[in-house]
Design a protein around this ligand. Structure first.
Ligand SMILES: [Fe+2]
Length: 435
């Protein structure tokens, strides 16, 4: 049995609701008893199949049944943000059996609640009169990066989906959606947040004990639900809803949380790399390898002190040597995860230069894996278009000239051509500066 939820609330923009959606609205407005209308909604859709589009973007994973979901060991704190009572209360009632739910009627109220209280997840409407959902998402992530956000919209577009990715949304769901899939996405996001918290706790705990050897950290483990310990590298398998890629995102976000310059850097590198990979016709398999590598390329920086990573002035030779160690260190950190060899090679060589002047091995030209050459250019691009404590983000024209001037030296000229073409068409691709 597949249940679809048609959430009321499309009327503001003039689109009339109809069918069950219309009946639900009548149920809502005719009922005076608190919450009675939600029972009408649920009884109205139970045992009925409603055709309609449903799309879950950039999320995958196994769907699990409602009874199984109900047995989840962790109840998350969720904030449901929607200016319209229908969708807001529908989502609240759907999620109530599984999680603690609060609601907010506007972007401003949501931001206030997030400042005052602790939440694991926010479900966020895009079209709100006081503040657009993407702006709310951006501000949530500025305030509390660790909170997961699921965007729910009746008017999804490629542009808003790209912005959602860029600002770190967990998922982007268009209405009407399948209830089971929605519950699964929310539970998966909660699971990821929980893993994030646990990984962060383990890392800071071990660091406070002076353990900075990452192979030790990956193998020493974290408390499991039964009170024992499991290796950190296997911790993700306790969250069965999470894929390896989800776990990898958790790791990269843990790294980025310690350095304000790096917030969402790996997500942006992944996003832009994928645009280049598609333009260059890379196979699906190559794109999978590139995605994992893009998220993890700088994981080796996790062992480098904040003083060095955030230093405003020039690095001294010792500091520079330490920075140059991060590709090798990254490979060491990731060994327990048994990732494909291609991924480790890409991470190891993402600072090689096309002319052989890079590090760690001074590889040249096509000796450098293609995906490493792609990450090399995107990594530099993202650094140039991002604000730094010592300078503002550089202009796109300047960045394009700089990238072109490095063709054949630092960068592969073929990738420079593809990427500059993409950048000059950036309006249609929504490739904009990071912050
Ligand atoms: Fe790097």
């Amino acid at each position: 049995m597949v249940l679809f939820l048609v959430i009321p609330g499309e009327g503001r923009t003039g689109r009339r609701s109809h069918g069950i959606s219309f009946a639900l609205k009548r149920g809502i407005f005719r009922s005076k008893k608190k919450h009675r209308w939600t029972k009408i909604i649920l009884s109205g859709i139970r045992n009925r199949r409603i055709s309609g589009k449903r799309r879950l973007l950039f999320s995958s994973g196994n769907l699990s049944g409602s009874r199984k979901e109900r047995r989840m060991e962790y109840r998350g704190n969720i904030l449901v943000v929607d200016d319209e009572v229908g969708p807001r209360e529908s989502i609240r009632m759907i999620m109530k059996p599984y999680h603690e739910i609060q609601t907010a009627k506007s972007g401003a109220e949501a931001l206030q609640k997030i400042t005052d209280e602790s939440f694991d997840l926010v479900t966020l409407d895009l079209n709100m009169p006081d503040m657009h959902g993407v702006e709310v998402l951006k501000r949530i992530k500025e305030k509390k990066q660790e909170i997961e956000v699921v965007i729910i919209t009746g008017y999804g577009s490629l542009e808003t989906a790209q912005q959602a990715i860029r600002y770190g949304a967990f998922d982007y769901i268009t209405k009407p959606f399948n209830i089971k899939e929605f519950i699964s996405v929310v539970n998966k996001a909660i699971c990821k947040k929980r893993l994030q918290d646990r990984v962060g706790t383990v890392i800071s705990d071990l660091k406070s004990k002076g353990i900075t050897d990452w192979s030790v950290i990956m193998n020493q483990g974290e408390p499991d639900p039964q009170g024992g310990t499991v290796p950190l590298g296997e911790a993700w398998s306790n969250c069965k809803n999470l894929s390896l890629l989800d776990f990898i995102k958790v790791l990269s976000r843990t790294l980025e949380a310690k350095n304000s310059n790096m917030h969402h850097h790996s997500e942006r590198v992944n996003h832009y790399s994928m645009v280049v990979a598609e333009a260059m016709g890379l196979s699906e398999k190559e794109q999978e390898v590139l995605t994992i590598s893009a998220f993890l390329h700088d994981i080796g920086k996790v062992g480098i002190s904040n003083e060095i990573l955030n230093k405003r002035g020039k690095l001294n030779p010792e500091e520079w040597t330490e920075i140059k160690e991060h590709p090798r260190r990254g490979v060491e950190i990731l060994k327990p995860l048994c990732l494909p060899q291609e991924v480790l090679k890409i991470i190891l060589h993402h600072h090689e230069s096309f002319d052989g002047q890079g590090y760690p091995d001074g590889l040249k030209g096509e000796e450098i894996p293609l995906c490493a050459r792609i990450i090399q250019i995107i990594d530099s691009y993202d650094a140039m278009i991002s604000n730094r404590p010592y300078r503002k983000a550089l202009s796109l024209d300047w960045v394009i000239q700089e990238i072109q001037s490095c063709a054949g030296a630092q960068f592969d000229p073929r990738i420079v051509k593809v990427f500059v073409d993409i950048l000059t068409r950036q309006e249609s691709l929504n490739l904009v500066g990071s912050s």
